[in-house]
Write a protein that binds this ligand. Structure first.
Ligand SMILES: [Zn+2]
Length: 138
């Protein structure tokens, strides 16, 4: 399956840069975008829920299977699958979460956060912790 086709099944898709996206995870109640999607040069799609849903449960929520993450082109080869996120990708995701935290923190100086804002604040902080663990344990 190509990335555009996969992304069209998701909500809240934001593009990080070429070949990398974040979207709302279909497998848990995701108030922010904690599902990372990466398209490798060889056409594989790597997905990772930073709230720790398994890849299988994310795929099941979308009615897909592991083979949908591969293109025909890739299935012709039999290379081992590398599911690791690069430190660079993790840093970018952490940076995105940290700037949301900073923004909400500033708002908090002037007024009380709404329940929704507070939920985002908490979940972004949680994302930063999960990403830190990902970087350590990869
Ligand atoms: Zn999830």
């Amino acid at each position: 399956m190509r990335a555009e086709e996969f992304l069209s099944r998701l909500d809240g898709v934001k593009s990080l840069h070429s070949g990398q996206w974040m979207a709302r995870c279909p497998s848990h109640d995701d108030s922010t975008a904690s599902l990372g999607i990466r398209e490798e040069a060889d056409g594989r799609l790597l997905i990772k829920c930073f709230a720790e849903c398994s890849t299988q449960s994310v795929l099941e929520s979308l009615g897909l299977t592991f083979s949908d993450l591969f293109t025909e082109r890739y299935l012709g080869h039999h290379k081992p699958i590398n599911r690791r996120w690069t430190p660079r990708a993790i840093c970018e995701l952490m940076g995105a979460s940290a700037s949301n935290v900073a923004l909400l923190w500033e708002r908090m100086q002037n007024r009380k956060l709404t329940d929704e804002e507070f939920a985002i604040f908490r979940s972004e902080l949680q994302n930063i912790i999960l990403l830190g663990n990902e970087a350590l344990n990869g």
